[in-house]
Design a binder for this molecule. Structure first.
Ligand code: UDX
Ligand code: ADP
Length: 475
């Protein structure tokens, strides 16, 4: 079966770049990306490519080649579903904030809505591909909904999890370590797997495309994210030990990573991992294990989240202790709001948590990020108050929008954010932070001047020499 028409539901950080790369590499396939969010679609269609809704290196170039040729962005979900032979579901699956599984389970309401809409609209057979990360056996739920109409339309459900990392999405999509396709055993299922295989094979070598059964594919994605997050929590747990023993976490990472069984990647100690995947997926994994009555396995993986929370907490406590046990009324500059460099995505960014904690201690916060706008920053800080109300409460104060606006200022220029501050925190590893004139920054700060590097961006000797009281994670 040769696919000529693809629809992708969800024009976010996964759907947008993935479909752009498929369209670029498969000019013979029409790819339509749809989303309910009209502003997002308008931004994807903006003539000025610097206004695309997500920032991702090299994305604009790919969109420029394919958009209008065989790549389209639209809000007409029904039409795109109707015309497509293959439909990717690429919608968000956040952690549930209500009801059963609140704070742990993945909220599948958007997935369910998509399945219902596909079932309602489809008049011809469709291959439905899960792209979003989902709890194992979600394909069964999707299949049950799709086939409930009993109108003679045949559906094949495949799992094809996306492994791209933000900030390197285009490079990852062009040159993936592997593509994973999970499908059922029936002849039609296998034809569907083959159809998707052929799409990727337009630019990915055959031996890099792995096919498995549906459930292995769904669970592989959770496993991969759990392993990756575990590495960060492992190195972060040692960073705490380094600070007590005079060891240096970067030297340890280098020595340990040289062992080919361990490998050198993903061993950078930090203020903690963020992003839309790791925390959500591990919470979901823990929830699944408890559901399947595997409490020991659940506890094991929950510890990865606990260490990540510990690391963020430890970082904030260290700031407060260093600043003589109070930050009340003190000006603290935050450099970096995105959850990692080269993206404007802020979901679960440690910066949100660190800032919120400093606000609880009545600090005055001045923020600069090269790619995140003020609107997003304020909205993140407001959201965490709502979450606190809904999930955590934990004795912490819920700050009003007015209080946040009064205590937090967002700057377009880093030097303005840093001027007259008592302390500066680096919370994203943006390359440009290395190029700042730190001597000038020091001169314009209040003394004693403190610098808390949560990403190991700056060199300890150079910064100490300038006169800063310098703290770098794991040193
Ligand atoms: C992750 C997975 O890498 C990707 O395969 C999956 O598809 C989605 O989730 P992403 O969240 O986009 O991708 O970015 P990633 O590079 O994994 O970073 C996640 C977080 O871990 C970031 O906050 C990053 O700063 C942090 N990190 C990463 C570290 O603290 N240390 C490291 O060594 C690596
Ligand atoms: P991800 O990082 O997984 O791509 P995003 O939140 O960036 O997540 O993107 C998911 C997109 O899916 C959002 O733009 C959201 O508006 C869209 N979406 C969610 N549900 C539906 C739906 N039923 N129909 C169309 N689009 C949807």
């Amino acid at each position: 079966m040769k696919i000529k028409n693809i629809c992708c539901i969800g024009a976010g950080y996964v759907g947008g770049p993935t479909m752009a790369v498929i369209a670029e590499n498969c000019p013979h396939i029409k790819v339509t990306v749809v989303d309910l969010n009209a502003q997002r679609i308008k931004d994807w269609n903006d003539e000025d490519l610097s206004n695309l809704p997500i920032y991702e290196p090299d994305l604009a170039g790919v969109v420029k080649i394919a958009r209008g040729r065989n790549l389209f962005f639209s809000t007409d979900v029904e039409k795109a579903i109707h015309e497509a032979e293959m439909i990717f579901i690429s919608v968000n699956t956040p952690t549930k904030t209500y009801g059963v599984g609140k704070g742990m389970a993945a909220d599948l309401k958007f997935i369910e809505l998509c399945a219902r809409q596909i079932a309602d609209v489809s008049k011809t057979d469709k291959i439905v591909v899960e792209k979003s990360t989902l709890p194992v056996r979600t394909a069964q739920t999707i299949n049950t909904i799709l086939t409930s109409k009993q109108n003679g339309v045949k559906f094949q459900v495949l799992s094809n999890p996306e492994f791209l990392a933000e900030g390197s999405a285009i490079a990852d999509l062009y040159n993936p370590d592997r593509v994973l396709i999970g499908g059922g055993d029936s002849k039609d299922d296998q034809l569907a797997v083959q159809a998707l295989f052929e799409i990727y094979n337009n630019w990915v070598a055959k031996d890099k495309i792995i096919t498995t059964n549906l459930w292995s594919s769904e669970l592989s994605k959770l496993t991969a994210n759990a392993f990756l997050a575990q590495r960060i929590s492992s190195i972060n747990s040692f960073s705490a030990l380094c600070e007590k023993t005079g060891s240096d976490i970067d030297e340890i990472a280098q020595a340990v990573g040289a062992d080919s069984r361990i490998g050198s990647k993903f061993l950078k100690s930090s203020v903690g991992f963020g992003g839309s995947c790791f925390q959500k997926d591990i919470l979901n994994l823990v929830y699944l294990c408890r559901q399947f009555n595997l409490p020991e396995v659940a506890d094991y993986w929950e510890q990865v989240i606990k260490i990540n929370d510990y690391q963020k907490n430890r970082f904030v406590k260290n700031i407060i202790y260093s600043l003589f046990n109070t930050v009340s009324g003190k000006k603290i500059a935050i450099l970096g709001w995105a959850f990692k460099k080269d993206t404007n995505d802020t979901r679960e960014s440690p910066a949100i948590y660190v800032t919120d904690q400093l606000l609880q201690d009545k600090a005055e916060i001045h923020i600069f990020d090269p790619k995140v706008c003020a609107k997003q920053i304020y909205s993140d800080l407001e959201d965490i108050q709502i979450q606190r109300k809904n999930i955590y409460s934990g004795g912490l104060q819920v700050l009003s929008i007015n209080a946040i606006r009064k205590m937090v200022k967002v700057h377009n220029n880093p030097y303005n954010a840093l001027k007259d501050s008592h302390a500066v925190c680096i919370l994203t590893e943006w390359e440009e932070f290395k190029t700042y004139d730190w001597k000038k920054v020091y001169k314009n700060m209040l003394k004693p001047a403190f610098l808390f590097d949560g990403r190991g961006v700056l060199l300890k000797e150079a910064i100490n020499e300038i006169g800063f009281n310098f703290y770098s994670i794991g040193k």
